[in-house]
Design a protein around this ligand. Structure first.
Ligand code: G16
Length: 540
């Protein structure tokens, strides 16, 4: 390692004084103007991780659902997964190192992680459409090359597409071709095959309105749509030609405000969906004939998918185990429905797809979705092999079911939650089952809920346990929440520091919207008072 070159280049990407960052729920995120040094250093770290694993590593420049002024970076591990936790610690150390300590911190990481510095390094890079992203990805490249690493810059990509590229490269193309056409072809072939099995009366509604959050999803969906336009016609809104990224639109806005995005023309009972800024989340929704808005979030997506998978397994007579993984944000009704009606085991992890993904790997078929629409389905290698064998061996209806499962395996992005892939899976299932969006929505009724944000001086004062459902500190907060929850029927509430924004998140659900709103407000006041709220106190 040429440490003098590192020092020289690092000075060109100097760290602002006093800035301390942490590798959060999905990497580093903050105002783009403070991130140049972080990008350079993550280029260095990706090169080290690549040398250590002797594999291609990915670096994605995005702040996903955050406002346009923010940016962020996350590293992608060899099988397309999120960076291993021990390396998150290295990332935090390196991002916070003072200039004069850069050499020793790099050496320390290399020693602790047993990095063979003589190894080659290869890093692939992708970025979203933020105005700051191109320059920041150049800083990543500087970091990679100063350690002698090679790179391929994919330019504009959705986050899940970059995960896909990494996975393809490290399986020598077995998972798919590591090109954007390879991604389009793999997914659309599986989608077209799958929807061929749908029984058509000619009356089906094969069109979908998509709010692209003014982000990368619009560009990529436009490139891809001709591959499947016979089976599904997509109409894009908030495609980035006018509005600001994630502003009053996108999956995060729709989910947290429980209302449609601006800029979308919705007619009653039309199927609509929203992606987030880097197209790794999706939520569906519609207006009923009375003009009421109905949100179909990640929980209902997981339910639709699990019931479809269970039906196919039943048809082929295979007892592969299915598990569903959720977080504390999962609506109580969804958990009850999955456990009691569908009889599938349900698990709760901390927020962050890295936690859900990990848990989902324990099953033959692991379905994981956060309520915010971030998720996918993982098939174990053994389950995949079994299904592919059955698709050759079985006959008639059973064979058809096994072939459908094969296509489902190919259609899901097995590396990460992916709005485009999830959208195609959902559209295929609705077509195959002949379900309207209203019938899907009617599977169960969500408990009314509300999410709020509270500003505090230091959100790390709040620590949690029990998959974030209980606050441990500050003292008295959990007791206050318990007392408030007792005042409402069918109620539940929790608070946790966000790992992507400088705020504390509050979640409440109860038997009526009025109660959920009131409980969320009262819990916000408790957070503001007990955890050092700043600025204006919460308003009812
Ligand atoms: C990221 C993570 C998600 C998480 C979300 C919010 O999403 O990938 O798993 O649910 O942040 O996290 P927090 O509540 O800690 O701010 P995205 O779409 O922004 O990458």
């Amino acid at each position: 390692m040429d440490l003098d070159a590192v020092t020289k280049h690092s000075a060109l990407h100097a760290k602002p004084n006093g800035l301390i960052l942490q590798y959060g729920t999905a990497g580093f995120r903050m105002k783009a103007e403070h991130l140049d040094h972080v990008m350079f250093r993550m280029g260095l770290l990706a090169a080290l991780r690549s040398k250590q694993t002797k594999s291609t590593i990915g670096v994605m420049v995005t702040a996903s659902h955050n406002p346009e002024e923010d940016n962020g970076v996350k590293l992608v591990d060899p099988l397309g997964e999120m960076l291993a936790p021990s390396w998150e610690e290295h990332a935090t150390c390196l991002a916070n190192a003072e200039e004069e300590d850069m050499q020793s911190v790099l050496m320390d990481i290399s020693e602790k992680a047993a990095v063979d510095l003589q190894q080659d390094a290869f890093v692939v890079i992708g970025r979203d459409t933020r105005p700051s992203s191109q320059k920041l990805s150049q800083s990543v490249i500087d970091g990679v090359t100063v350690l002698g690493g090679q790179f391929h810059d994919y330019g504009l990509l959705t986050t899940p597409q970059l995960h896909y590229m990494v996975y393809c490269r490290n399986t020598n193309g077995q998972y798919g071709k590591a090109t954007i056409e390879g991604y389009y072809q793999k997914l659309s072939k599986a989608f077209v095959e799958l929807t061929k099995q749908a029984f058509c009366t000619g009356d089906e509604d094969r069109s979908l309105k998509v709010d692209c959050a003014n982000g990368i999803g619009a560009l990529k969906l436009r490139e891809m749509e001709h591959y499947f336009s016979q089976e599904l016609s997509v109409q894009l809104f908030n495609d980035g030609t006018k509005g600001k990224l994630n502003h009053l639109c996108g999956a995060d806005f729709v989910k947290s405000h429980q209302k449609p995005p601006q800029g979308m023309e919705m007619k009653s009972n039309e199927r609509c969906c929203s992606f987030d800024g880097d197209a790794d989340r999706i939520v569906y929704y519609y207006h009923d004939a009375d003009g009421h808005f109905h949100l179909i979030d990640g929980d209902k997506i997981a339910t639709l998918i699990s019931s479809f998978l269970k039906e196919l397994l039943l048809e082929i007579g295979e007892s592969l185990n299915i598990g569903v993984v959720q977080t504390a944000y999962a609506n109580g009704s969804s958990t009850r429905y999955l456990k009691e009606v569908m009889k599938v085991p349900v698990y709760c992890t901390k927020t962050g797809v890295k936690h859900l993904h990990h848990k989902a790997q324990e099953f033959d078929i692991g379905v994981y979705f956060e309520a915010n629409g971030h998720g996918t389905v993982l098939f174990s290698k053994a389950a995949e092999k079994k299904i592919r064998e059955l698709a050759k061996e079985l006959e008639d209806k059973k064979r058809k079911a096994a072939e459908m499962l094969e296509n489902v395996i190919d259609l899901f992005n097995q590396a990460a939650g992916d709005a485009i892939s999830d959208m195609l899976v959902i559209e295929a299932i609705l077509a195959l089952k002949g379900l309207t969006v209203q019938q899907w929505d009617a599977l169960y009724t969500d408990l009314p809920n509300r999410q709020l944000k509270v500003k505090v001086a230091d959100r790390q004062l709040i620590s949690t346990t029990d998959a974030e459902r209980q606050a441990v500190t500050p003292p008295g907060l959990q007791e206050a929440i318990n007392d408030l929850v007792k005042k409402y029927k069918l109620s539940r509430a929790f608070v946790r520091p966000s790992g992507t924004e400088d705020i504390v998140r509050v979640y409440a659900e109860a038997d009526s919207q009025e109660s959920a709103d009131s409980l969320a407000y009262e819990v916000s006041v408790a957070v503001f008072q007990l955890a050092g709220g700043v600025g204006e106190s919460p308003k009812p």
